[in-house]
Design a protein around this ligand. Structure first.
Ligand code: GLV
Length: 351
């Protein structure tokens, strides 16, 4: 029997994050499927993200004295139930009629943080209205026009978002052949509500398009300017190099997200898990360090925490859950991952 409510449905047999993939593949049309599952180049980095976790080992510990295996975490003054955040994902209207509202409701229901993308289908104000007391952060793509960037940040502050996550690894769109092969284009009616004259997401690497994108690329100076203006804590997302991590903190960031954008930007980049420990070591204990890319199991969460992450973010599997199961599906997926994490703690101790 599947479990259904007005908030969505858990199909029979869906018991782990990976179980959402096949039903999502069946349900989504080929273009949207290619956009979601897509990666840069030949998908080497996307595979590396998973392979790094598959190569990890957890030595069990026996006769532990843990009575409580839960893993709540404090981030910027908010305690959340699990070290697992909902990663920013663009255009959620492609996947469910509730779009970002559905994912945000789910995050709030299981007491974790929803990160809203600059490229959200819905306006930031509508997403914030779904928070229901839960924490929300804003993922910022700095705009070519700083005035527009400042407006976005001001709106994020006004609606109560609690942190900014500035994505710095995608000054241009990656080589996205998976989408190109099926000719995926974002339907005009799903153009992101928060940007005017939106033109960034071109899958064409035409030279003039590239030059135009690069002319508007964010710089260290611009990111420092944004950090200096906002009252919110800032994380830089898309850091894999230790010197970049150090520089991020030196210009005032509270920390970094160790990420290769789910393997969607630069193919042959290393697995994010493989860059985590060196970056934590370089930044020390005070910085906030998150990781995304390849997290599918509670054991993966445990490994990431063990190697220095404060928390992880999950993207694609939660969108698959949204597409198939709606907000209930996303909540179920998050809860499943948190429970698996607790089971790992019970079997291997605190990371
Ligand atoms: C957007 O950031 C994407 O990777 O599709």
């Amino acid at each position: 029997m599947s479990e259904a409510s007005e908030f969505g449905e858990i199909p029979p047999g869906v018991v782990s994050l990976g179980d959402w993939e096949a039903p999502a593949r069946d349900r989504l049309d080929p273009g949207v499927r290619a956009y979601l599952a897509g990666h840069a180049g030949d998908g080497v980095t996307a595979r590396r993200n998973r392979d790094a976790f598959l190569a990890a080992e957890i030595v069990p510990r026996v006769l532990l004295d843990e009575r409580d295996a839960e893993t709540p975490v404090d981030l910027f003054g908010r305690r959340i139930a699990m070290p697992i955040l909902v990663a920013p994902v663009a255009h959620q209207g492609l996947f469910h009629r509730e779009a970002e509202r559905g994912s945000a409701m789910a995050a709030s229901a299981v007491d974790t943080i929803f990160v809203a993308s600059t490229l959200s289908t819905l306006p930031l104000e509508a997403i914030a209205a779904a928070a229901d007391g839960g924490g929300q952060w804003f993922q910022l793509y700095p705009q070519a026009d700083s005035g527009l960037t400042d407006e976005l940040v001001a709106r994020a502050e006004a609606v109560g978002f609690e942190a900014l996550m500035i994505t710095v690894d995608a000054p241009v769109f990656g080589v996205r052949n998976v989408e190109q092969r099926v000719g995926f284009r974002l339907p005009v009616e799903l153009a992101p509500a928060n940007l005017v004259g939106w033109a960034r997401m071109t899958t064409s690497a035409a030279a003039d398009g590239l030059a135009a994108l690069l002319a508007g690329r964010p710089t260290w100076a611009e990111v420092e300017r944004i950090i200096g203006r906002t009252r919110l804590p800032v994380l830089l997302k898309g850091i894999l190099d230790t010197a970049d991590a150090e520089r991020a903190v030196a210009i005032g960031a509270a920390g970094v997200v160790v990420s290769n954008h789910g393997g969607r930007v630069l193919d042959l980049a290393p697995a994010s898990l493989d860059r985590l420990a060196p970056i934590r070591e370089r930044l020390g204990d005070d910085a906030v360090v998150l990781l995304d890319g390849g997290v599918r199991r509670g054991a993966d969460v445990w490994v990431a925490l063990r190697r220095g992450a404060d928390a992880v973010m999950v993207g694609r599997p939660l969108i698959e859950a949204l597409a198939v199961g709606g907000p209930l599906g996303v909540a179920h997926a998050l809860r499943t991952l948190a429970e698996e994490t607790a089971i790992t703690v019970a079997l291997a101790g605190r990371p």
